[in-house]
Ligand binder design. Sequence first.
Ligand code: PLP
Length: 360
Amino acid sequence: MSNPIDLVRADLRDFSGYRSARSEKVQGQVWLNANEASVPNAADGEGRLRRYPDPQPEALRTRLAALYGCEPSQLIAGRGSDEGIDLLVRALCEPGNGAVVTTSPTFGMYAICARLHGVRVVDVPLREAGNEFVCDYAAVGDAALAASARLVFLCSPGNPSGGALSLDAVSDLCTLLADHAVVVVDEAYAEFANARSAVSLLDVHPNIAVLRTLSKAHALAGARIGSVIADARLIEVLRRCQAPYPLPAPCVDMALHALDDTSQARTRSLIANTLSERVRLANQLPLLASVRNVYTSAANFLLVRFDDAQSALDALLAAGIVVRDMRHLPGLHDALRITIGRPDENDRVLAALANVAVAA
Ligand SMILES: *Cc1c(COP(=O)(O)O)cnc(C)c1O
C-alpha cells in the first residue's frame, strides 16, 4: 500500500504552513497573543465572536466523522466542499505543470480550480446510454496515466448527470492509479442515493478522497461547511494548505445543532420527501409532449432534455420558476436541470411545462 504523501507536490512535502495563535497548545487566563480586542463588539452580546475560532473544532470533526463513517483524523472541514476541491488541487498539482482528469458533463469547480492554479484539465466525457450517463473507467485510467495527472475528479451521484458510480469500478481505478493519482469522489448528493459511500474504500485505498457537504441534504448551503475525507496523512497536508481560521464560529454552532439527533431525524424525513417527489416528477415529466428525455437520478434534481429547451425555459420563467440552464455544456445543448422542490413547487413545474407549445 503506497503512501499518499508521495502524491503531494514535492515542494510542499515539508511545508508547515502558517502557525496561527490558536495552533500553539498553551494554557492561561489572560490571552494577549493574537491581537484580538479585549472587549466584545457592541453587536456581539456575549462576546462569542471576539476571539479567533478554533481552526478545526474537535466537536464538529467528531460529529462529521461519525456521520460519514471515518475517523476524525481522516476528515478536514472547510468552507464548503468547494474549498476541499481547491485544497486538493493546490496540494497535489504542481502549478503550471500538473493535470487533473474530469468526466464531463460534471461539476464546474474542478476545472475552475485547476485553471486558477495553472493546471491542465483532461476531460474523459461520460458516455450516454439511454437515460443514463456511464463512466468509461478504463479511459479515465489511461488518460490519468498518460497526462501524469495527480487528481481524478469523479462525481457520484453526478452533477448534472444524476447517476451514481459503481464502487467496484472506483476501487479498481484506485488500484490502477495507486502510485500515480488521488481519486476524488464528490458525494455532494450522497444522502439522496441508495448506495454505499466511497468512504468505505479508504481502508483499502489510501489514494481516495471523498467530498461531503452540509449544503444539499442538510439544507445549510449558507453555512458553508464541507468535508474532505482521506488518509490521515493527506488530511494533515491539506490542513497545512488551508486558511488559518476557515470555519466561522456561528457556522460551526449551526452545524453542530443541525447534526444533533432531532435535526438529523428531521433531515432524514425531508430527504424521504424529496425521494418520493423525485419518483413522481421522473414519472410525470416524460408524459409531457415537450420532454425528450429524463435521466435517472440518484440526487435531488433531474436532468431533462427538451424538444425546444428555450421554449421550456421561457415557459418556466413566465411562471416565475428558475431552473438551471445546462445548454452551455458539451452534449447538453437541449437540457435543463431542475431541482426537486416541495410538492407545490413541483406541481408548478409540471403545470408550466404542460403549456409548452410543441413544434409540429
Ligand atoms: C453543490 C456541489 C458542491 C458544492 O458544495 P459546497 O459544500 O456548498 O461547496 C460540490 N460538488 C458538487 C457536485 C455539487 O453539486
